[in-house]
Design a protein around this ligand. Structure first.
Ligand code: SF4
Length: 94
């Protein structure tokens, strides 16, 4: 059973243009979103309640709201993406 999420897309409506939520067209999540706890399944698709266009969040690096990975900048200035362990996720909630 999926955990009940704090943010849902309740009331989202599927239209010819795509899923709309509060007047905004929602795009399906990016493949990089896979594993993120924020993903919400609606009408057979996966959507992000936080961003209408998840792919855009990843176009400039790492989504800052992702629950499954975190970006770290190393000494050379390169961005590294690290998977988060469940325990670290819990600690983040402090
Ligand atoms: S919060 Fe970020 S990583 Fe998670 S589903 Fe939304 S866009 Fe994807």
């Amino acid at each position: 059973m999926a955990k009940k999420k704090a943010v849902s897309l309740e009331g989202a409506v599927k239209t010819d243009a795509g899923l709309t939520y509060k007047g905004v067209i929602m795009e399906e999540v990016d493949e990089k979103c896979e594993g993120c706890e924020r993903i919400a399944a609606v009408e057979g698709g996966k959507y992000c309640p936080t961003y209408a266009q998840p792919a855009r969040k990843w176009a400039h690096g790492v989504c800052n709201f992702a629950t499954h990975v975190r970006a770290e900048v190393d000494k050379t200035g390169a961005v590294k993406v690290n998977p988060l362990k469940a325990s670290k996720r819990a600690a983040r909630g402090r």
